[in-house]
Design a protein around this ligand. Structure first.
Ligand SMILES: [Zn+2]
Ligand SMILES: [Zn+2]
Length: 358
């Protein structure tokens, strides 16, 4: 199918998503996903005959065992049974976390399976994109790595060239780790400068190793990058890489936490950037990947920024009308910020693009 025809778009859901509860003061608290879903119904983006809601099954345990160590799985199980202990300093444990984490990751694997079976072209999950989860530990609100598990699923079904475009404001250190030495999975991340931003990785020099050199691409951007700076960086880096790599499947983390309302970051974008990047990635999916595109939420810790962002993505993929309410970030175009953006982009192009022969 080519872009322009009507795409089949699923919104992944299961009531168990709401069981993931880090407590009332945590950025990932109960009610976060429900608010997104209610908003989509209110805006006519669900229940309209153009999109469908798809029931998410939990992440299969056989995939879990491929991407995580036995010791780590056992540790999560134990925390889940007793309620004692934490996944990491910022990722509290609670009774039932094992099943709930599998359920959240299952939005991604169920959606990928449905794309592979030809039931849908694209899906959007209000959760997933747990890019800080490693084989043997979690952190950064992430328990299990749904992307790593989904790549295993894809490759077991003969889909080999997978592109992950991670626009979350934080660097996806877990995803990077899984695929660092591989050229069949390209990981491209635009994020806020690791100098001050969690998880303090994702410098341009981290660009893969061995076979994978050039297939990890990190673009750290300054605070106050704003919509135009962000879109410039995307065009200069992500667009040519999509053309070069010609992926068979694309994952996108839209970066809802780059929004100016987000309490954890300082990138100062609006949903116009979500619309911009989704439109380009959607077009690339139809050009190279037979339309196969999975959108997983990743971060997004302001209720409005998150629901406006998810609504924007669905409106682009399903070609339905939607506009977010008026957004007015306070941002002054600043010469120094632009110098830093240009310098980050140039460094990527001079290193990674040179390695790849672009
Ligand atoms: Zn489409
Ligand atoms: Zn994030």
């Amino acid at each position: 199918m080519s872009g322009g025809e009507e795409c089949r778009v699923a919104f992944m859901w299961d009531d168990s998503f709401e069981q993931f509860d880090n407590g009332i003061n945590h950025p990932v608290r109960r009610g976060r996903f429900r608010a997104v879903r209610d908003y989509l119904w209110d805006q006519g983006l669900l229940g309209n005959g153009h999109t469908l809601e798809m029931r998410a099954e939990p992440l299969p345990e056989e995939l879990l065992r491929i991407v995580h160590t036995t010791d780590y799985i056992q540790m999560v199980r134990q925390i889940s049974e007793t309620g004692v202990g934490d996944i990491d300093i910022d990722t509290p444990g609670f009774v039932g976390i094992y099943d709930t984490a599998r359920s959240l990751c299952g939005g991604t694997t169920t959606g990928v399976d449905a794309i592979l079976n030809g039931e849908i072209d694209h899906f959007v999950s209000p959760t997933g994109g747990f890019h800080h989860a490693f084989p043997d530990h979690g952190g950064g609100f992430c328990v299990f790595n749904d992307i790593a598990a989904s790549v295993c699923l894809l490759q077991s079904r003969g889909v080999n060239r997978v592109l992950i475009v991670d626009l979350d404001v934080h660097h996806g250190n877990g995803i990077q780790h899984y695929f660092y030495d591989r050229s069949d999975v390209m990981y491209v991340s635009i994020h806020e400068d690791p100098e001050w931003m969690y998880p303090h990785s994702g410098r341009v020099e981290e660009c893969g190793s061995g076979e994978g050199i050039g297939y990890t691409v990190n673009v750290p951007l300054p605070m106050d990058t704003g919509d135009s700076g962000y879109q410039y960086a995307f065009d200069q880096v992500v667009s040519p890489l999509m053309e070069f790599f010609q992926p068979e499947f694309i994952f996108m983390l839209p970066g809802f936490d780059t929004h100016f309302l987000d309490p954890l970051a300082h990138m100062v974008t609006t949903t116009s950037t979500v619309r911009y990047t989704t439109t380009k990635i959607h077009a690339a999916a139809h050009k190279f990947s037979d339309g196969r595109l999975a959108v997983v939420s990743g971060g997004g810790y302001h209720k409005d920024a998150l629901r406006w962002g998810v609504a924007t993505v669905i409106s682009v993929l399903a070609m339905l009308p939607y506009s977010a309410p008026e957004e007015s970030p306070s941002l002054t175009e600043d010469r120094e910020t632009w110098d830093e953006i240009h310098s980050a982009v140039e460094t990527v192009r001079n290193t990674v693009f040179t390695i790849l022969g672009l």
